[in-house]
Write a protein that binds this ligand. Structure first.
Ligand code: GAL
Ligand code: MG
Length: 981
C-alpha cells in the first residue's frame, strides 16, 4: 500500500507546513508526561523513498545521527556534520532538495498506553526534528511537521488502545524545502534534537493560556478551552491562584448567556483579571516570579485540566526612541546564543542551559538573542528565573536564496507559521521582551504577513527584523520597531543618534564578532553607547565556538560519551575541536564557526573579563585625589547584594588590602567615600582596585563571586632610566646578536604576528605576507663599540621595503639596557607590531609581572584586566584559540620575571608599559598548523616585547580596529633592561 505521507512528498512542498499537527500553545505539558527518550530502533536511508527493510541498529533519542556513532555503517561514514555559513550544501533551488541523496532517519519503538488513560486524550509531542518529521503509528499516517526548532504535537487518541502496545515510527527527512529557510550559519545535522514524550489530558482541556502581567500589578489571564468531543460541556469554568491569591473568572463575561456572541459551543474563552497589591516587578536585575496555577473545572467543580506558569510583572514599551523596561531606559548587554553542545551537536540538557546562563550572568550579560530560531523551551524558563532580556527569534533564515524566498507565495504559510508558533509558545515569558522575525532572509511580503500576525496577536512587545531595519533605521513603515543592524560601524550608529532623525531604539542585533582572538574596541563601543542617548547596546556575535569534539584518528565526532576529554578549552591527546572541513566536507567555511566568547567546553575567552568590567554595576572614579566617587550603574536595584575588598598595588611589589563597605546607593546615584588606605610615601606607581563580590549566595553565583574590579590610578610612575655602569661587559657576536647565558635566540626586531582570524579575513595578513613581514631577512650593517656600549645597526628586508633597526647595548647594574629604534618605511603603513623578540633557555616556567592581567589583553581589548602583581605558569598564558593565532599577550606590562625551580631567572623592565607575550611558540609555529592539538611546545620561552602592537578589531565580520590602535610607519623607539634574577 502506498503511504500517503510519502506520496505527498512534503519535503518539496513549502505550502505544507504541517498536517495533523495540533496548534501551538503555551500550556507546558512536559511535567507529568511519559518520556519516550532513550533507545529507539534506527535505520538511515539514502532518501525518503528508499525502502525501509535493512537491519535496525539502536540509537538514542534525542540525538542527531550526524553525531551519533553506532554500528550502522552507512550512518557513520555517509552523513557527518557539515559546516556552511551561507551556501546551501546542495545545488537544487528552493523549494527542491536532492532527490536521491537525502539522508532519512527512521526511528521506531513500541509505546505502551496505560490502561488508566481510557477516555483521555492522548498526545505525542516531538520536541524538535530536522527538517521534516513524518509520524506513523502501527503503519498508519498520523501527521507531518516542519519547523526544526519547535515542538510538534499530534493527537493519537483515535489510534491507540488503553493498555495497548503500539509501534511508533518517526521518519526524519534531512533536506527539504524547509532547509532553504533554515540556512543558518552553523553545522548541518539530521535527527531528533529535543525530547519526545507522550501525555494525556481530559477531553476537556486548556488549549491555551495567555498571561499578561504589568508592573502596576495588573494580571490578565486568558484561557482557551476545547473539548476533544467537539462540543463543550455545559457549565465549565476556570479558576486560578497566584501565590495564594485566588483568581476568579471575570463575571463580565457570562458563559451562561447564549445571547453573548462570544459564547461558542466549541471554543471556550474565559478571562481572569486581578490587580496584585505591592507587586514585586520583574526585571533582568530583579527576576521576581510569581507562581500561577490555572484550573479548568467541569460544572461539578472537579478539575479537568491544570496549567502552571511563572509570572513576571513587567512592562516593555518604546517611548520616543527609547526601549523602556518598567519605564527605565535599559542597556542591552546581549549575546547571540545557539543551542549547541560539543558532544551532541544540538541537544542541550537543563544543566547545560543553566550553566550557559549562569556563566553569562557572572560576566555581566543581561540579554540573549536566540539566534536564529526559538531555543529549547527550558532556556526561557531559566531566563525568567535568572534574569535575562530575550529577543526571541523565529526559525527563518533563507540566506543563500533570501531574495527569491522573501516574496515567494509558496513560502508565505511557512513564514507566518514559524513566527506565530514561536509567539504562541513563548508569549508568557517575562524574559521575552522583543520578537524577531528571523535572520538574513532579505525583506518581503512574507515578512510583513508574519509581522501583521504578531502585531495583532501580541501588541505588548516590540518586533524587530534586521532585514527590514536595514532598509531605513528610522522608517516607520518597515517590519521592525527597533533599528537593529548587524556590525554597523560605531561612527554610523553615533551619527544616527545625533542626526535628529532617529525614531527607533538602536540596538545592534549582532556586533563585535568573537572569532578567534577578537572583540577589539568593545570598550570604545560601550563608551559611545553610554555617552550617546539613542544607543542602547547590542548582542555580541556569539556565545559559542561551535567546535565539535572529534577523535583525530578516525575523523568522527565523539558523540555523547566524550565527557572528560576536554578542559579549559584544550582537548585530550588524540582529540581536537573540529571546525568546518574536519569531517572531510568538500564544501565548508572553515573556522568561521569558531566565533564565540566561550570555547566549546564553555571556558570563557579573555574578552569575557573585559565584558564583565564594561557591565560593572559599581564604578569608581578618583575625586580630586582626596576621595573616591562610587556609583551605582544598575537600572533597578541598590548595591546591597554586593560587598568588596580594596586592593592597593604598588610598583615596589606590595599589595595592601582593606575590607570595603559599599555605600547605600539607588540606581544612578553616586557617593564620595574617603580613600580607604593610606598611600605610602614610597612604593612608586600605585593602583587602587575595588574587588566587588557577591555578598550572599545568589541563584547564579555563590557568595564571594567576583562581579567587577574597577580601578583608579592613585599615583603615576616616575621613570628614571637605569644609569650605565662602567666596567660592565656586553657580548655580541659577529652578526651583532647579543650573547647572553639565558637566551637561546638573541633579541631581534619583530614586525609580524601569527595572523588572527581578523587579520586573515580582514585582508591585513595578506598585505603583511606581500610585504614579506613574515620572513624578513636580517643583515647586520655595523657593530660599533663605544666604551662599554655596543651599537648594532641592522637592516630587515621585506619584499617591498627595508626597516633599519638600531640596538644600543649598555651595561647597567647587574644587567644590560637595550635602547632600540626602528625606522619603518612609509609603505609599511599598517603592521602587526614593532618590537623585540627573543627566546630563553628551558626551565623558565613561571611568569610574574606587574601590569595588566591576569588574563590576556591587547591594546584595543584591555579593560577588565587591572594593573597589579600577577603570576602564572608560562603554559597557562597562552589562549588555545581553535585555529592557532597570535595569543597570550598581556597589555601594559611594567616589569616581568621569568623563573623556574632549577634555573636562573631573568627580569625584564621596559621603559614604559608595553605589550608583552611569553609563550612556547614562535609566530611561525602558530601559522604552520590548523588546530591547537598540532602545536608542539618549545622547551624555552618565546618572548615578545612590543613598542607598538596593532589592535585586534573585529574585521573577520565587521569593522576593523580604530585608527588610534594601528601601528604607524616612521620611527619607533623603545628600551628595556634585562637582568639576571
Ligand atoms: C551574521 C549572521 C550570523 C553569522 C555571523 C558571522 O551575518 O547573522 O548568523 O553568520 O554573521 O559569524
Ligand atoms: Mg547567515
Amino acid at each position: 500500500m502506498t503511504d500517503p505521507l510519502l506520496t505527498l512528498r512534503p519535503w518539496s512542498a513549502p505550502e505544507v507546513t504541517s498536517w495533523g499537527r495540533l496548534p501551538m500553545n503555551a500550556v507546558d505539558r512536559r511535567t507529568g508526561a511519559h518520556s519516550l527518550d532513550g533507545d529507539w530502533r534506527f535505520q538511515l536511508l539514502s532518501a525518503p523513498h528508499a525502502p525501509v527493510g535493512g537491519a535496525w541498529s539502536t540509537t538514542v533519542v534525542p540525538g542527531v545521527w550526524t553525531m551519533q556513532d553506532t554500528d550502522d555503517p552507512l550512518r557513520s561514514t555517509v552523513d557527518l556534520p557539515q559546516y556552511l555559513n551561507i551556501r546551501m550544501p546542495y545545488a537544487e533551488f528552493p523549494p527542491l532538495s536532492p532527490v536521491d541523496d537525502n539522508p532519512t532517519g527512521v526511528y521506531e519503538r513500541e509505546i505502551h498506553i496505560p490502561a488508566d488513560w481510557a477516555g483521555r486524550r492522548v498526545v505525542l509531542q516531538v520536541g524538535a526534528a530536522e527538517s521534516v518529521l513524518l509520524v506513523h503509528l502501527d503503519g498508519r499516517p498520523v501527521g507531518i511537521s516542519k519547523d526544526s526548532h519547535l515542538a510538534a504535537d499530534f493527537d493519537l487518541s483515535d489510534l491507540v488502545r488503553p493498555g495497548g502496545r503500539h509501534t511508533l515510527r518517526l521518519t526524519v527527512v534531512k533536506w527539504s524545502d524547509a532547509s532553504h529557510i533554515e540556512d543558518q550559519d552553523h553545522w548541518w545535522h539530521g535527527g531528533i534534537t529535543r525530547s519526545v514524550l507522550l501525555y494525556a489530558t481530559d477531553p476537556l482541556h486548556l488549549a491555551d493560556v495567555t498571561v499578561r502581567a504589568s508592573r502596576d500589578g495588573e494580571l490578565i489571564v486568558d484561557c482557551r478551552v476545547r473539548d476533544a468531543g467537539g462540543a463543550l460541556p455545559e457549565g465549565w469554568y476556570v479558576s486560578g491562584e497566584l501565590d495564594g491569591l485566588a483568581l476568579a473568572q471575570d463575571r463580565e463575561f457570562d458563559r451562561a448567556n447564549a445571547e453573548d456572541e462570544r459564547v461558542s459551543a466549541f471554543l471556550g474563552e474565559a478571562r481572569m483579571h486581578t490587580r496584585v497589591p505591592e507587586v514585586r516587578a520583574w526585571t533582568a536585575e530583579t527576576p521576581e516570579l510569581y507562581g500561577l496555577t490555572v484550573r479548568l473545572h467541569r460544572a461539578d467543580g472537579s478539575v479537568a485540566d491544570t496549567s502552571r506558569h511563572r509570572v513576571g510583572f513587567r512592562d516593555v514599551e518604546i517611548v520616543g526612541r527609547d526601549l523602556l523596561v518598567n519605564g527605565e531606559r535599559i542597556y542591552i548587554r546581549g549575546v547571540n546564543r545557539h543551542d549547541f553542545h560539543p558532544l551532541t551537536g544540538r541537544t542541550v540538557s537543563y544543566d547545560d542551559m543553566r550553566a550557559d546562563l549562569v556563566l553569562l550572568k557572572r560576566f555581566g550579560f543581561n540579554a540573549i538573542r536566540t539566534a536564529h530560531y526559538p531555543n529549547d523551551p527550558t532556556l526561557y524558563d531559566l531566563a525568567d528565573e535568572l534574569g535575562f532580556y530575550v529577543v526571541d527569534e523565529a526559525d527563518i533564515e533563507s540566506h543563500d536564496h533570501a531574495h527569491e524566498i522573501a516574496d515567494d507565495p509558496r513560502y508565505l504559510n511557512a513564514f507566518v507559521d514559524r513566527v506565530s508558533r514561536m509567539v504562541l509558545r513563548d508569549k508568557n515569558h517575562p524574559s521575552v521582551i522583543i520578537w524577531s522575525l528571523g535572520n538574513e532572509s532579505d525583506y518581503g511580503a512574507n515578512h510583513d504577513a508574519a509581522a501583521g500576525w504578531v502585531r495583532r496577536h501580541d501588541p505588548t512587545r516590540p518586533l524587530q527584523y534586521e532585514g527590514a531595519a536595514k532598509r531605513g533605521w528610522a522608517d516607520p513603515d518597515l517590519a521592525s520597531d527597533i533599528a537593529c543592524p548587524m556590525y554597523a560601524p560605531l561612527e554610523d550608529c553615533v551619527a544616527h543618534a545625533l542626526s535628529g532623525e532617529q525614531t527607533k531604539p538602536l540596538i545592534q542585533c549582532e556586533y563585535s564578532h568573537a572569532m578567534g582572538n577578537s572583540n577589539g574596541t568593545l570598550a570604545d563601543h560601550w563608551a559611545a553607547i553610554e555617552a550617546t542617548p539613542g544607543l542602547q547596546g547590542g548582542f555580541i556575535w556569539e556565545f559559542w565556538d561551535h567546535g565539535i569534539l572529534q577523535s583525530v584518528n578516525d575523523g568522527r565526532p565523539v558523540g555523547r560519551g566524550g565527557a572528560g576529554l576536554y578542559d579549559n578549552g584544550v582537548t585530550a591527546p588524540g582529540h581536537r575541536w573540529a571546525y568546518g572541513g574536519d569531517f572531510g566536507e568538500k564544501d565548508h567555511d572553515g573556522a568561521f564557526i569558531a566565533d564565540g566568547v566561550v570555547f566549546p567546553d564553555r571556558t570563557p575567552k579573555p574578552v569575557m573579563y573585559e565584558h564583565r568590567e564594561l557591565a560593572a554595576p559599581v564604578r569608581l572614579e578618583l575625586f580630586r585625589h582626596e576621595g573616591l566617587v562610587v556609583s551605582n550603574h544598575q537600572h533597578f536595584r541598590g548595591l546591597e547584594w554586593l560587598t568588596g575588598t580594596w586592593e592597593l598595588a604598588l610598583a615596589d611589589g606590595r599589595t595592601l588590602t582593606a575590607p570595603a563597605t559599599l555605600p547605600a546607593l539607588l540606581p544612578g546615584e553616586t557617593a564620595v567615600v574617603p580613600l580607604p588606605l593610606d598611600l605610602p610615601e614610597d612604593g612608586g606607581e600605585a593602583w587602587l582596585t575595588l574587588r566587588v563580590t557577591t555578598a550572599e549566595d545568589l541563584a547564579w553565583a555563590p557568595a564571594g563571586t567576583e562581579v567587577c574590579a574597577p580601578q583608579v590610578l592613585l599615583r603615576a610612575a616616575v621613570t628614571a632610566g637605569e644609569a650605565p655602569v662602567s666596567g660592565g661587559v656586553v657580548e655580541v657576536d659577529e652578526d651583532g646578536l647579543l650573547v647572553h647565558p639565558l637566551l637561546t635566540a638573541a633579541p631581534t626586531l619583530s614586525l609580524w604576528r601569527a595572523p588572527t582570524d581578523n587579520d586573515e579575513l580582514g585582508g591585513m595578513a595578506l598585505r603583511w605576507r606581500t610585504w614579506g613581514l613574515d620572513s624578513l631577512v636580517r643583515k647586520v650593517v655595523s657593530v660599533r663599540r663605544d666604551g662599554d656600549t655596543v651599537t648594532v645597526l641592522a637592516e630587515y628586508a621585506g619584499t617591498s621595503g627595508v626597516v633599519r633597526h638600531e640596538q644600543v647595548f649598555t651595561p647597567v647594574e647587574g644587567g644590560i639596557r637595550i635602547d632600540e629604534r626602528a625606522d619603518l618605511p612609509e609603505e609599511f603603513d599598517d603592521v602587526a607590531r614593532v618590537g623585540t623578540v627573543f627566546e630563553t633557555v628551558a626551565g623558565l616556567d613561571r611568569l610574574q609581572w606587574f601590569g595588566q592581567g591576569p588574563w590576556e589583553s591587547y591594546p584595543d581589548r584591555s579593560g577588565g584586566a587591572p594593573v597589579g602583581h600577577h603570576a602564572l605558569p608560562v603554559d597557562a598564558l597562552f589562549t588555545p584559540y581553535l585555529r592557532p593565532q597570535e595569543s597570550g599577550g598581556r597589555h601594559g606590562v611594567r616589569r616581568f620575571t621569568l623563573s623556574g625551580p632549577d634555573v636562573t631567572g631573568l627580569v625584564v623592565t621596559p621603559d614604559e608599559p608595553r605589550q608583552v607575550s611569553v609563550t612556547r611558540y614562535r609566530a611561525e609555529d602558530l601559522t604552520a598548523v590548523a588546530h591547537h592539538d598540532e602545536l608542539v611546545p618549545r622547551a624555552g620561552c618565546v618572548v615578545h616585547l612590543d613598542a607598538a602592537h596593532r589592535g585586534l578589531g573585529t574585521a573577520s565580520c565587521g569593522p576593523d580596529t580604530f585608527p588610534s590602535y594601528l601601528v604607524a610607519p616612521g620611527v619607533h623607539r623603545w628600551s628595556w633592561t634585562l637582568h639576571i634574577l
